[in-house]
Design a protein around this ligand. Structure first.
Ligand SMILES: [Zn+2]
Ligand SMILES: [Zn+2]
Ligand SMILES: [Zn+2]
Length: 477
């Protein structure tokens, strides 16, 4: 951020600044940490000289459930590079002096404008509430990705600041559940970044890995070379060949001196000796002890989790301003459609069928009605089912009885078109698109619906899940 000196007479009285019709409040380490009285201020400036204090206040503001607080423009003064990911990322800018008020006032006004574009309709579930909050924050700040940051204070070792702010550092594994939910709803798209392993008891990620004795699980062992004497075929640990006087090696079986490695003897491997139970062994077990709950478990029983970088999908990008309906039960029982699990099973059988008859071509398609949430907002959520039913009826009239489809959620529909090649499917979908547009325009006060679709040929040797994922990715990317 450039340092712009603006000539001005700024007065700071009782930590308040009035500037260009905006009311700023400065929080410093002498201030009360109660944030509720700050509701009337347009922006907050936190004095970050004391980083711990600044972090505490920022966490309270961004972790608040009320958008009046968590979306508030917050700036830091006297900030020094901090290891805390929240303090470093969840602010709206750093200033060096109050001469930069003009800059942050402009940012605050921009943010305020963005917050007026948000949809504030209540959402039903806990996951939806958290995700909506995160999407609101990202929308107002123009953020497009959720990135994991290595963090010692998180029990899983990584933090996603925008989501983690809503949880205690000990509850960080819940953040992963929220992300999984957002992914399932088609709001975010994962890019693999790293794999982590969590305790199967407490989901903690601070694990101490040790090589242990397979007989007694003790990690108190030592290793030494195994020596194979060729002339007499004796194999034993190198200590059997040593003496107390010099470095020479003598075979304990045939008493010959060992001369050259590779010529008369070899070291085929390593042997471990357990200092606890006194047994020798070749391969140890690897166990992980959880530092949080002290459970000691073989590594194969740990819970593997992917740490992904998440990109907002088109649906995710528009959800902040348009609201979103969770893929609830309401789309499961629309006549003429299948549930998603049944759809996937049927698709699996269709793949098996075309494997047998490779000259037969079938297609899969995804149809997304981008702005249908705006329509629901106009006509009420109760009318959602009526809209979807009339869309399904229309599609049914224009496809074969053997074709099948399912709603992923109330904006996205998957279809499988039997014995339809790619060109035929593209032309069918183009026709369907214009029919649906007409239907909605004629029945719902000239509403202009935006429909996107993607189709692809069903591949005989790829899993159905994978093919649906690829298609979805193509549409939403
Ligand atoms: Zn042992
Ligand atoms: Zn020997
Ligand atoms: Zn544990």
């Amino acid at each position: 951020m450039s340092l712009k000196i603006v000539p001005q007479n700024v007065e700071i009285r009782n930590n308040k600044i009035e500037f260009e019709n905006l009311l700023f409040f400065i929080i410093d380490s002498n201030s009360n940490t109660k944030i509720e009285p700050l509701i009337g201020y347009d922006a907050i400036i936190i004095d970050a000289k004391d980083a711990d204090f600044a972090q505490l206040v920022l966490r309270k503001i961004r972790g608040h459930y009320n958008p009046e607080f968590y979306l508030k423009p917050v700036f830091l003064i006297n900030y020094k590079e901090s290891k805390d990911p929240i303090l470093h990322t969840m602010n709206d800018g750093f200033i060096h002096s109050y001469d930069q008020l003009k800059e942050i006032a402009d940012i605050a006004k921009q943010l305020f404008l963005k917050t007026t574009q948000l949809d504030y309709q209540p959402v039903a579930t806990f996951e939806a509430q958290i995700i909506k909050k995160v999407l609101n924050y990202m929308y107002t700040r123009d953020l497009k990705t959720l990135k994991p940051i290595p963090d010692l204070n998180s029990v899983i070792g990584y933090t996603y600041p925008e989501i983690s702010i809503n949880f205690d550092s000990t509850e960080e594994s819940q953040v992963l559940e929220i992300l999984e939910w957002g992914e399932k709803e088609g709001l975010i798209w994962p890019d693999f970044y790293e794999r982590i392993y969590l305790c199967n008891q407490c989901s903690g990620g601070f694990l101490s890995y040790r090589e242990v004795c397979p007989h007694c699980n003790s990690s108190n062992s030592s290793a030494q070379d195994l020596v194979h004497h060729f002339p007499c075929a004796y194999i034993g640990p190198i200590s059997d060949f040593r003496n107390n006087v010099d470095n020479s090696l003598t075979c304990p079986k045939c008493n010959k001196a060992l001369r050259h490695i590779g010529v008369d003897y070899d070291k085929p491997s390593i042997i471990h000796h357990c200092n606890n139970c006194d047994k020798n062994f070749q391969d140890f077990f690897v166990r992980a002890k959880c530092i949080s709950c002290t459970q000691d478990v073989e590594v194969q029983y740990l819970i593997p989790k992917s740490i992904n970088i998440y990109k907002l999908t088109k649906r995710g990008r528009t959800a902040a301003a348009n609201g979103f309906l969770s893929s609830g039960k309401e789309v499961d029982d629309i006549f003429g459609t299948l549930s998603m699990p049944v759809f996937k099973t049927m698709l699996h059988y269709e793949i098996e069928r075309i494997k047998e008859n490779t000259e037969q071509k079938s297609s899969i398609a995804i149809i997304n009605i981008e702005n249908i949430l705006e329509l629901y907002k106009k006509i009420g959520k109760k009318a959602e089912k009526t809209v979807l039913e009339s869309v399904v009826n229309l599609i049914r009239e224009n496809i074969k009885p053997t074709d099948f489809m399912a709603f992923e959620n109330s904006t996205t529909l998957y279809m499988c078109l039997i014995n339809n090649d790619f060109i035929q499917t593209e032309s069918d979908l183009t026709k369907l698109k214009s029919l649906i547009e007409k239907l909605i325009k004629n029945n719902f006060n000239d509403f202009e619906v935006k429909i996107n679709f993607k189709a692809s040929l069903l591949q005989p040797f790829n899993k159905s899940e994978f093919q649906l994922d690829e298609l979805t990715k193509e549409l939403f990317d």
